[in-house]
Design a protein around this ligand. Sequence first.
Ligand SMILES: NC(=O)c1ccc[n+]([C@@H]2O[C@H](COP(=O)([O-])OP(=O)(O)OC[C@H]3O[C@@H](n4cnc5c(N)ncnc54)[C@H](O)[C@@H]3O)[C@@H](O)[C@H]2O)c1
Length: 261
Amino acid sequence: MRFDGKVAIVTGAASGIGRAIAARLAAEGAKVCLVDRDEAALHAARPGEIGGHGETMIHACDVSDEAQVAACVQAVVGKWGRLDAVANNAGVSRGYQPITDNDMEDWKFVFGVNLFGVAHFIKHAGKVMADQGSGAIVNTASVAGIRSGAGGNAYSASKAGVISLTQTAACDLGGFGVRVNAVCPGLIETGMTQRVFDHARENDKEHKLGSRCELRRYGRPEEIAAAVCFLASDDASYITGQALPVDGGNTASLNLPGMKV
Ligand SMILES: NC(=O)c1ccc[n+]([C@@H]2O[C@H](COP(=O)([O-])OP(=O)(O)OC[C@H]3O[C@@H](n4cnc5c(N)ncnc54)[C@H](O)[C@@H]3O)[C@@H](O)[C@H]2O)c1
């Protein structure tokens, strides 16, 4: 019950990793606002459906729109009077075309959600937390923001931006008692990656997914949620500005083919 009496916002909470983060926070006693642009899916994702002890609310919001984000933060603070944790998790990807084929409208769309969405919430939630003198923000970046090979150009660049923003915002907000960290998930089965998993299963290649990781498997949304909740909790009270890979060891090794016998 690390979040007993605390108030949290989770973006992208209608699906995948965000839904698991919301469930874990609720299970640990938080009052949780589930945020997503998909309102119908939000209703289905809401605890009691996801379980947990804490009170919940849902708020439909497009994180790429600053005014909607400001209104969301206001709604949460208006209802519960404070804000202790934000999981900036909403994200989109746009395939793997080579840079020479990239449509720059896709770049704008991906950056609008993945990087601007995170900046919007850090700005507006950060003000509330700074006034409070406490708070923790955890951004969902990706291993794609550390190395190539895990996402398209715009997606990977946006996630590298999230890692950088995690560092700069941690510097801006640290003096106010507000921590900012990120997780960098490896391959996880969610709505975003469902086509990859479906394709692998149809072709009897599921065993190949995650086989480059040191743990030789892909991850589960709950394993990312556990890391996010650690960084959002007082257990991480002396950690800020860090980007933690949660990837089965994928980024720990070059894992060159033929080197292991
Ligand atoms: N699944 C993976 O393997 C993986 C790996 C690394 C990082 N990530 C990151 O994890 C995060 C969660 O993704 P997921 O894998 O659970 O995918 P998902 O598609 O299952 O969930 C993403 C959620 O974000 C919501 N969303 C998208 N755009 C939004 C917007 N503009 N405003 C509000 N909500 C919006 C979607 O409606 C969806 O519910 C993303 O930031 C993603 O980039 C995922």
